[in-house]
Ligand binder design. Structure first.
Ligand code: RP5
Length: 172
């Protein structure tokens, strides 16, 4: 199982690193590149072809500003494309969100939250889990662990409140 991650610039890397980390945590191979829909359109096209040939079944595309990268990738493949709008100045990601999410009917992009790198990886993993029971098992474990962490946070908060004697607060 392999996912291809394309970033519009190396400046997107600090946001996208958690996507790579999460995919690796689930044992998914990652192919990572920088290619821009506007600055290097030919490179985007050839990367999509090469990545498909080398076994990438899901694409994650991250870009900021006039973020057309995910849409352009989707135009070159029928493999699922997950878009991550990257926050940048002056519109703080609203521009990239609109550019990524508003695809015309016929060429879908699954758009995540602004800077939603981790969920992009998890969404890709959910796609892989459809056909692979061991990935599905890992996803279920991941969810259980998350739920246990919430319980722990609740417990810690209760302890803190008890220790600090806040009379009028009741936690349900
Ligand atoms: C987009 O423009 C990139 O994805 C990046 O988010 C933004 C700025 O790129 P750089 O000027 O930092 O290369 O294409």
């Amino acid at each position: 199982m392999k996912a291809a991650i394309v970033m519009g610039s190396d400046s997107d890397w600090s946001v996208m690193k958690p996507a790579v980390d999460t995919l690796k945590e689930f044992g998914i191979e990652v192919e990572l590149t920088v290619a821009s829909a506007h600055r290097t359109p030919d490179r985007v096209r050839s990367f999509v072809r090469q990545a498909r040939q080398s076994g990438a079944d899901v694409f994650i595309a991250a870009a900021g500003m006039a973020a057309h990268l995910a849409g352009v990738i989707a135009s070159y493949t029928t493999a699922p494309v997950i878009g991550v709008p990257i926050a940048s100045e002056p519109f703080k990601g609203f521009d990239s969100l609109m550019s990524t999410v508003q695809m015309p009917p016929g060429v879908p992009v699954a758009t995540m939250a602004v800077n939603g790198a981790k969920n992009a990886a998890l969404f890709a993993i959910e796609i892989f889990a459809i056909g692979d029971s061991s990935v599905k098992r890992k996803l279920l474990d991941y969810r259980s662990k998350m739920a246990a962490e919430v319980e722990l946070k609740d417990q810690r908060l209760r302890e803190k409140i008890t220790c600090c004697i806040v009379d009028d607060v009741s936690i349900k």
